[in-house]
Ligand binder design. Structure first.
Ligand SMILES: [Zn+2]
Length: 236
């Protein structure tokens, strides 16, 4: 086979392989991309959970303080009844002092309960806002995932077409050249064959000696770049 003809077949193959390489690279990135999106949802969910726990903690604190308040009120009532039964002034004064202390405690408790109510209200608002935000996030992420899924389906279909096309070109190239080409292809990011650009390798841009450029143009054998080892061809 003429080298010129071989090079033309290699050019066709490289054109297919470049796209195959890009598609496979993209397909390889997709799982990580989807995982990252799931991670975003998880992060938003955990932010919600944290706010729910904060709300629960406040509600429990309120309940405990209300119970405390109720118990103290009962004690006050009990002491107030006892006031009518005591025999001595000392006992009366002591009981009155107890009642005064409990009432002071309760006014502090009532103050604290009101503060907790405010905190609960704020926590509920924060939770609502977080849920709304997550709802929007989920919609955005779902749209993003659908977009990726349809992109995946589309490029997978294209990949099959390219593989088919590849099968029609491969038999036109001798085994030795093909295996060398494929080895370079794997090592050089899907680009094994490059055109000469001016006097430079179109792959690594090293300056090529005039004699090498002449040899490439002569198309008597395949010339490899001395620096990047890619196959070279002239576009003229
Ligand atoms: Zn090169």
């Amino acid at each position: 086979m003429l080298v010129a003809e071989l090079l033309n077949n290699l050019i066709d193959l490289q054109s297919v392989d470049k796209t195959i390489f890009e598609i496979e690279k993209r397909l390889g990135e997709i799982p990580a991309g989807l995982k990252a999106l799931d991670g975003e949802i998880e992060a938003a969910n955990s932010a919600i959970k944290q706010k729910e726990e904060e709300l629960k903690r406040l509600q429990l604190e309120r309940k405990n303080k209300e119970m405390d308040l109720g118990e103290k009120e009962n004690t006050i009532k009990k002491y107030q009844t006892q006031l009518y039964q005591v025999k001595t002034n000392t006992e009366y004064t002591a009981l009155e002092k107890e009642i005064g202390g409990l009432k002071a405690d309760n006014s502090v408790l009532e103050e604290e309960i009101l503060e907790i109510f405010d905190k609960i209200e704020a926590a509920e608002k924060a939770l609502e806002a977080e849920k709304r935000k997550l709802g929007e996030e989920k919609n955005r992420i779902e749209t993003e995932k659908k977009k990726i899924d349809s992109e995946k389906a589309e490029i997978e279909k294209k990949l099959i077409e390219l593989e088919e096309k590849r099968k029609t070109i491969v038999p036109l190239i001798d085994k030795n050249t093909l295996s060398r080409y494929e080895r370079i292809l794997r090592g050089k990011e899907g680009v094994a064959l490059v055109p000469v650009k001016g006097e430079n390798c179109g792959g690594c841009f090293v300056n090529l000696p005039p004699q090498v450029v002449n040899e490439i143009c002569a198309k008597e054998k395949i010339i490899y770049c001395e620096r990047c080892a890619r196959m070279l061809y002239s576009e003229e």
